[in-house]
Design a protein around this ligand. Structure first.
Ligand SMILES: Cc1cc2nc3c(=O)[nH]c(=O)nc-3n(C[C@H](O)[C@H](O)[C@H](O)COP(=O)(O)OP(=O)(O)OC[C@H]3O[C@@H](n4cnc5c(N)ncnc54)[C@H](O)[C@@H]3O)c2cc1C
Ligand SMILES: *[C@@H]1O[C@H](CO)[C@@H](O)[C@H](O)[C@H]1NC(C)=O
Ligand SMILES: *[C@@H]1O[C@H](CO)[C@@H](O)[C@H](O)[C@H]1NC(C)=O
Ligand SMILES: *[C@@H]1O[C@H](CO)[C@@H](O)[C@H](O)[C@H]1NC(C)=O
Ligand SMILES: *[C@@H]1O[C@H](CO)[C@@H](O)[C@H](O)[C@H]1NC(C)=O
Ligand SMILES: *[C@@H]1O[C@H](CO)[C@@H](O)[C@H](O)[C@H]1NC(C)=O
Length: 486
């Protein structure tokens, strides 16, 4: 606790009724709203350069869409799971420079069919590989991702596996599974809602590096100097459970920025960095900023998409599957037809994986509208139905035990995320500079940046990732620092 907080308490005790608000310190350089990857990077970069920073986080924890929880015999990741690519990744560098081992995870599929038989693993992995590679060479004209992949895959099958052309059912069900796999990558509801053309760039290096038993949260502990009993950063104050409800900024004038919290506290600073998700901006922008945002930014907030990707994670008494493996599920048309409408959602879970951080846990992957719906179902229904699914696909030669515990993500219901991450939708061709506009600062009359924007959605090429979010936080911190200070 910092000096002035103590002073405030003393003053309050002495009896002045509204002293709490009026004695709030006004001496911060920057207020950072939100402590996810972008906010923690921005706050720690500024604090390391000697700036006085206040970070306000609405939830009771640091991390945002990174959420490591103790579960099973270790930890599981309810949000981000992997470091996607290593070269030039601030996240990977942070781990390596601090001697925290991170491990690559092999995500090739073991394939199970809905009648309990083993699928053709080599073939399915080859087809998946083809689909993922073909999108790296998009067509000249904009097109929905699914349409493009389907067309390319049919050509490939024609050339390389003509014998499959008779297996229309298999092709249809493989495409359905591929759709789900893409939806999990993109947090989309359907692969035809995603544009095949995108500015997204993969970082080189292994695409699925795991923090395993350390947990992704270690990234934040290192940045904030709380790892290994570190004592934090001297010029950074952190307030959890502090929901920001209003940001007043000087438009056509100069002066400080005022940040109002739900509990009535008001803080001022020279400037503020807002890192809330696109989902939160969509829901709140009209009453979060005073004066309101410029129309250009509002249009972008409305046109861009943030989708849903969710996990259901079970724990078992002991390990019964190898850790760090992926099991893909492919339905047979006739099995799907037998399902009741109520069970349709279980066909939108494309597989299960065993996380690297806990040997006894198992993760089911869902996305889109089904993901949203699963967030609202009763716990016991979700648990029972995913177990039925698991036994249908993997129970033929194994006795699958009952789970002891379940945890599921609620990234859409969570008022402080309202979605999982952004993707480029079919409107991106009309708004090619959308992410840059979203990230533009609001300036005062003298041209000084007053409200700055960071977060996954504002990164031009690495959006939807932890490293992209971190880069965006660094970008905005640098906007406020002479480069020699870092
Ligand atoms: C299920 C899932 C899996 C993912 N998997 C991966 C992966 O494997 N690899 C990868 O690189 N990325 C992955 N991602 C994406 C990655 O997690 C995000 O891109 C990244 O964490 C976003 O960071 P951010 O700082 O932009 O936003 P956030 O993490 O959302 O941070 C914003 C913060 O602002 C806070 N906030 C919101 N409103 C307010 C308010 N009014 N007042 C104060 N605070 C507020 C929020 O509580 C939050 O802490 C995944 C995401 C999800 C949901
Ligand atoms: C990491 O390990 C190396 C070699 O053992 C050591 O020199 C270095 O100080 C360590 N770094 C940190 C941050 O612990
Ligand atoms: C089950 O075991 C039989 C006999 O060992 C084997 O042929 C079959 O592929 C196995 N099925 C699965 C789903 O593992
Ligand atoms: C951190 O502090 C705890 C409690 O004092 C101690 O048990 C632990 O060994 C310390 N860890 C490190 C890495 O210093
Ligand atoms: C603020 O400035 C803009 C552009 O400089 C101008 O168009 C607008 O009328 C001004 N608004 C007010 C309230 O002064
Ligand atoms: C399981 O975890 C261990 C480390 O705990 C690792 O060496 C091994 O490769 C993992 N297995 C798989 C299949 O990833």
């Amino acid at each position: 606790m910092k000096e002035y907080t103590k002073w405030c308490l003393v003053l309050c005790v002495l009896g002045s009724a509204n002293c709490y608000v009026s004695t709030m310190p006004n001496n911060y350089d920057t207020i950072v709203v939100g402590l996810g990857s972008a906010g923690v990077t921005a706050a720690s970069t500024l604090a390391n350069a000697g700036r006085r920073v206040l970070a306000l986080e609405a939830q009771d924890r640091i991390g945002g869409r990174v959420m490591t929880v103790p579960f099973g015999d270790g930890v599981v990741e309810v949000g981000a799971e992997w470091i996607h690519g290593t070269e030039g990744s601030r996240v990977y560098q942070t781990a390596i420079q601090n001697n925290v081992s991170v491990l690559p995870q092999d995500l090739s599929f073991q394939v199970y069919m809905s009648d309990g038989s083993l699928g053709n693993k080599e073939l399915v992995n080859e087809l998946i590989e083809f689909c993922l590679q073909t999108v790296e060479k998009p067509p000249e004209k904009p097109e929905p991702l699914g349409k493009f992949i389907t067309r390319q895959l049919m050509k490939y099958i024609n050339d390389k596996h003509p014998e499959l052309l008779n297996e229309k059912d298999f092709i249809a069900e493989f495409l359905e599974m591929m759709n789900l796999l893409i939806n999990n990558y993109e947090a989309s509801n359907d692969w035809n809602d995603v544009s095949v053309q995108t500015n997204y760039e993969e970082l080189a290096g292994h695409q699925h590096t795991s923090w395993h038993r350390h947990g992704y949260k270690t990234f934040f502990e290192i940045l904030l100097n709380t790892y290994n009993n570190g004592t934090g950063l001297p010029t950074l104050d952190i307030e959890l459970n502090k929901e920001v409800t209003l940001i007043k900024w000087p438009k056509n004038t100069t002066g400080k920025v005022q940040v109002v919290c739900k509990d009535g506290d008001v803080y001022t600073a020279s400037n503020v960095i807002v890192t809330v998700s696109l989902g939160v901006l969509k829901e709140r922008h009209s009453h979060l900023f005073l004066p309101s945002l410029p129309q250009e930014k509002i249009t972008i907030i409305e046109k861009m998409s943030i989708g849903v990707m969710d996990k259901v994670i079970l724990n078992f008494e002991k390990q019964w599957l190898p850790n760090g493996s992926f099991f893909g599920f492919i339905w047979k048309g006739e099995d799907k037809k037998k399902l009741s409408n109520d069970d349709y959602w279980t066909t939108r879970i494309f597989g299960v994986s065993t996380p690297m951080g806990s040997k006894t846990a198992l993760t089911f992957w869902t996305s889109g509208d089904v993901g949203k719906m699963v967030e609202t179902l009763p716990e016991d229904v979700v648990k029972r139905k995913v177990m039925e699914l698991l036994r249908k696909f993997m129970g033929k030669n194994m006795t699958i035990p009952e789970p002891t515990d379940m945890i599921r993500s609620t990234w859409f219901s969570n008022p402080f995320t309202r979605g999982s991450y952004t993707h480029d939708n079919l409107l991106m061709h009309e708004y090619p500079n959308a992410r840059a506009i979203l990230g533009e600062p609001l300036v005062d009359d003298s041209g000084a940046p007053k409200v700055l924007f960071a977060g996954e959605a504002t990164d031009l090429t690495h959006f939807s990732t932890v490293h992209g979010a971190s880069d965006s936080g660094f970008r905005e911190a640098m906007r406020l620092l002479p480069s020699s200070k870092v």
